[in-house]
Write a protein that binds this ligand. Structure first.
Ligand code: WTA
Length: 633
């Protein structure tokens, strides 16, 4: 197993070593894994290209590390514990042996449908065990998975399928989510109808068993394909730098981009970080409440925990069904030791009242985690007191889809914790703060743009099909730096506090969204001429979506117009992107070069209009007053 740091002294020592001699540090970690062939060189890198290679020349299969290597020592230990949406339905457990067998069967099933190494396979599935099994089955045979969160619309799904020219979509028939039964296959059918020419097969897992439309030749049942397969499947030999998966995420411009992660470095870093951030001990039950549709689920439900030989919980449901005590009921029932969730969930549950926590035995909890957005002080204290009973360190973990794993975080019982502070870099991670000209902001008690000056093993390698875009987005802003898009403070003691995005990316309930993406969706409405979207502070969601819209005719029924716009956004992206506020305006404040002055729009949406800055250079200063007068907040 990789190093597990146990004291502050050890953290300081290892951190220093990881900076002074990164190759030796990471070689030591990598040596703890099963390689089919050892690497020739630990790292080769050039951020200008960017070209980053870890464990160069090494050959491995990540599933041998997640499954096979555990069989002897912990074959009968629970690997995945699946908790269904319905609290009265039975929990399902897969031991390492059973999971190994299921993954091999699925891998053989995929092969029988002609899937080969390098093929892209899209998943559009709820949180059922078959999602984890399917993802691992792809990795087993060298197929590249692209998981699309099952809340995205048919259009968004089709866009992602086409961008990666996927050969297959794997989906469920329906999805149990709270009190709802959501038709999943229907969304895939709609996506196919929009045109997905590369798709040869839609593989359908029967989950709830409702009726589905069937296309002969295209659609195949999971059980018909997989149930009879052999429980052995040799693991494909992968190069360290072969693609493991693509995961789409939003940026400040254009369509979502496919972030590419590769096999070797991703495996080493997710395992190492899992081991240290959650201080996992044999026998512990670890639960991350994320969805596998996002990076957190990839790295810290599936790969990191399984490679570390942990017991990882997978939850099908939602935090508020059947009531706001569900998380705590599951913690009690499964005797969860490490619990990892998002601030938006904490805020939502906090708002429902303490009565939903009281009565549950949470004494098994040792460590609490937070991820995805800044956690505000009130939520932090509630989490600490009501859930952790003041006994569980909170790890406020900062990272991104692009970073693959947690980069800045407290280490529980090792470094201290401070509300709202992601605190210290992991060993091997070298963050810096920069001013807008790219100068280093040195010392403590300072603020700047957050960048990283040295590669770490699980960092983004490219954006699928468009390497230039990767370069322009992350590596062109500052020379020889990976730029995160976040602003941060470093406090007097050197802890990092993440302030939030400095680009046009917003974070709504922990879901990352590009304002341009939402604008493009809104503009699909036939009566919308132009729109501008900004984030504004929202008590539960962290940020809400505020849209300013110009119509091409007089709007007589504003409510109806708003509903239509919401419907268009749901159709184009999905319900997670629907605007919370829509203000119809006669114009948008623009500079003389035609750029929308978002700063003003952000201030209005945050009802902070006392100091709008200089508006005299605007092309149309008169619209500002109109916008303020009709603001919805
Ligand atoms: C934000 C999620 C503050 C940040 C793993 C980042 C955070 C974006 C934190 C990435 C945190 C993530 N404190 N902000 N602990 N964690 N963020 O790609 O703005 O969905 O750039 O990855 O979420 O979101 P993504």
């Amino acid at each position: 197993m990789t190093l597990q740091i146990k004291s502050l002294e050890e953290y300081n020592k290892e951190y220093t070593k990881s900076v002074e001699n990164p190759e030796a540090f990471w070689a030591e970690q990598a040596e703890t894994f099963t390689w089919k062939k050892k690497w020739d060189k630990v790292v080769n890198w050039d951020f200008r290209e960017p070209n980053v290679n870890w464990f160069v020349g090494g050959k491995l299969n990540i599933t041998e590390n997640c499954l096979d290597r555990h069989l002897e020592e912990r074959g009968d230990q629970a690997a995945i514990v699946w908790e269904p949406n319905d609290p009265n339905a039975p929990t399902k457990t897969y031991t390492y042996k059973e999971l190994h067998a299921e993954v091999c069967k699925a891998a053989n099933g995929l092969k029988s449908l002609g899937v080969v190494k390098g093929d892209r396979i899209c998943f559009y599935m709820p949180m059922v065990p078959e999602l984890a099994i399917g993802v691992l089955a792809c990795a087993r045979i060298g197929a590249i998975h692209s998981v699309v969160f099952a809340g995205f619309s048919a259009q968004a799904l089709a866009d992602r399928v086409n961008d990666a020219t996927c050969k297959m979509v794997i989906c469920s028939d329906y999805n149990n989510r709270g009190a709802k039964n959501i038709p999943v296959k229907k969304v895939v059918d709609d996506a196919m109808a929009l045109g997905c020419p590369s798709i040869e097969t839609v593989l359908v897992h029967k989950n709830t068993g409702g009726s589905v439309k069937w296309s002969e030749g295209l659609d195949k049942w999971w059980h018909d394909t997989i149930d009879h397969q052999s429980t052995e499947c040799e693991a494909e030999e992968m190069d360290s730098e072969d693609m493991l998966f693509i995961l789409y995420t939003s940026g400040s411009t254009g369509k979502p981009k496919g972030v590419v992660h590769t096999c070797g470095g991703y495996m080493v870093y997710t395992t190492f970080s899992f081991n240290n951030v959650f201080q996992y001990q044999a026998g512990d039950v670890y639960w991350c409440t994320a969805d596998i549709g996002w990076i957190t689920g990839h790295s810290y439900i599936v790969y990191g925990p399984l490679a570390a030989g942990a017991t990882t919980v997978m939850f099908e449901g939602v935090p508020t069904y059947p009531d706001a005590g569900r998380f705590w009921q599951v913690c009690e029932k499964l005797k969860v030791n490490q619990f990892y969730t998002a601030p938006t969930a904490i805020r939502a549950l906090m708002a429902k009242g303490d009565q939903f926590v009281e009565g549950y035995d949470l004494s098994s909890l040792k460590i609490l985690g937070s991820v995805g957005e800044p956690i505000n002080e009130e939520a932090w204290h509630w989490y600490d007191k009501k859930i952790g009973k003041g006994n569980c360190p909170i790890v406020d973990t900062w990272w991104q889809t692009e970073t693959g794993g947690i980069l800045i975080t407290p280490l529980p019982n090792i470094t201290d914790t401070k509300p709202c502070h992601a605190s210290y870099p992991m060993p091997g991670v070298q963050p810096v703060l920069l001013d807008s000209d790219g100068n280093l902001v040195e010392g403590n008690d300072v603020e700047g743009l957050l960048a990283v000056k040295y590669p770490w093993p699980s960092m983004i390698r490219t954006t699928y099909g468009d390497h230039e875009r990767c370069k322009n987005t992350y590596f062109s802003m500052f020379e020889n730096m990976y730029f995160t898009g976040d602003g941060a403070r470093r406090d007097k003691e050197g802890r990092y506090r993440i302030i939030g995005r400095v680009d046009d990316v917003i974070n709504v309930s922990g879901h990352r969204m590009g304002t341009a993406e939402v604008e493009n969706a809104i503009n699909e409405h036939k009566n919308v001429v132009e729109s501008a979207v900004v984030g504004y502070p929202h008590d539960i969601k962290g940020q809400g979506i505020y849209a300013y819209v110009i119509a091409n005719q007089e709007v007589t029924d504003v409510d109806a117009f708003r509903k239509e716009i919401v419907a268009v956004v749901r159709k184009e992206i999905g319900p997670i992107a629907k605007p919370d506020m829509i203000q119809v305006v006669s114009g948008l404040p623009k500079t003389r070069s035609g750029k929308i002055m978002r700063r003003i729009l952000r201030k209005v949406a945050s009802s902070d209009v006392s100091n709008l800055g200089d508006t005299s250079t605007l092309l149309n200063p008169e619209v500002v007053q109109e916008i303020i007068d009709n603001a919805l907040v």
